[in-house]
Design a protein around this ligand. Structure first.
Ligand code: SF4
Length: 341
């Protein structure tokens, strides 16, 4: 059975074991939210359905347009081809000096800490990333040696995948290795786990270590819609704050999910109420399979302008686009000027 097959066109008996597992999960999820008919709109993907319990519980019942559901459902639109959407839209593999390391920007490196995530976001720009051999002890040793040898690197970003999908013990050891490099001053962690699965992100021993380290620790969480925030995320963010972490959020602008000034305004206020500062609003990275999430640049700019009119400056996230090969994230206003939008 080929992968990426439409659920409506296949017989269960012909599926391999991982496809059967995916088909059952999809069936179970749609039964739980009382939308079994959506199965016909879905396919079994090489980037399979994955949704943690906490996130699934935040999905509204009987609502096919629920903004959380739309972020995780492998709909058939993903199978449509579009020549402008690539497997590596941000050029990660051109700046990959070692299997586990991406070195794009001055002074900072990104370490692929884990190939796994607690959730599979359908718009993910790394959904086709070749994670094999990228995050294991050997790869990390090489990465640590690389960082050690370059004293211009003052910040290490743990990403993936999701670093919080690592066991606490492994995350702690990796953090301590980075702490031991004298010229590294900041450890940044990019993680969606605190939002989508807050109980899995409450790493007790790691937080005790965070209270004692001389490193600045920046945790950039990833929340796209106010419905993703909960009393559990609030409790968790309080614990992070008590451990001295700086909390920022990044959001991806997604058509029919959060491309509304009301939703984005509410999101900024809701994040701030949980002590998280809005940081980036990303224009979608054009990854294969995600074209149906794209918001036109002009609409994104109008939306951002409206957001600036409603919010104090400190709650307005920067609207940016990652352009492969550029030495920093590009404000969309600059790109619009260049392209005459
Ligand atoms: S959590 Fe982040 S890395 Fe993982 S699938 Fe979602 S967007 Fe991609």
């Amino acid at each position: 059975m080929r992968s990426n097959a439409k659920v409506s066109s296949i017989s269960f008996d012909l599926l391999n074991s991982s496809q059967k597992k995916q088909a059952k999960q999809l069936h179970h999820l749609l039964a739980e939210i009382q939308l079994p008919e959506l199965e016909n709109d879905c396919h079994l993907s090489e980037f399979p359905l994955k949704v943690p319990k906490h996130f699934a519980k935040q999905i509204q019942l009987k609502n096919p347009t629920d903004p959380l559901l739309r972020q995780i459902l492998p709909v058939n639109q993903e199978l449509e081809t579009n020549e402008h959407y690539k497997k590596d839209p941000v050029g990660d593999l051109d700046k990959n000096p070692l299997p586990s390391l991406i070195h794009k920007y001055y002074g900072r490196v990104l370490l692929i800490a884990s190939p796994k995530c607690d959730i599979h976001c359908r718009y993910c720009f790394r959904r086709h990333f070749p994670y094999e051999n990228q995050s294991n002890n050997r790869a990390w040793h090489q990465a640590i040696d690389y960082i050690q040898a370059d004293d211009s690197i003052h910040e290490v970003i743990l990403s993936g995948g999701d670093p919080m999908s690592l066991s606490e013990n492994v995350l702690l050891k990796l953090s301590q290795k980075i702490e031991s490099i004298q010229h590294v001053k900041t450890l940044r962690i990019h993680s969606r786990t605190p939002v989508v699965s807050p109980t899995d992100a409450a790493q007790k021993e790691w937080l005790e270590w965070a209270k004692t380290t001389a490193l600045n620790i920046v945790l950039v969480v990833h929340c796209n819609h106010p419905n993703e925030l909960s009393t559990q995320t609030h409790e968790l963010f309080k614990r992070y704050q008590q451990a001295g972490l700086h909390l920022l959020n990044q959001t991806v602008l997604l058509r029919s999910i959060n491309d509304s000034v009301d939703v984005l305004e509410k999101l900024s206020h809701a994040l701030f109420a949980q002590s998280v500062m809005p940081y980036y609003l990303h224009q979608l990275d054009k990854v294969q399979g995600a074209a149906h999430f794209q918001v036109a640049d002009q609409d994104a700019l109008i939306l951002h302008q409206a957001l600036r009119e409603r919010l104090p400056g400190y709650l307005v996230p920067k609207l940016v686009q990652e352009v492969a090969g550029e030495p920093f994230k590009t404000p969309l206003y600059e790109l619009a000027d260049e392209n005459g939008i």
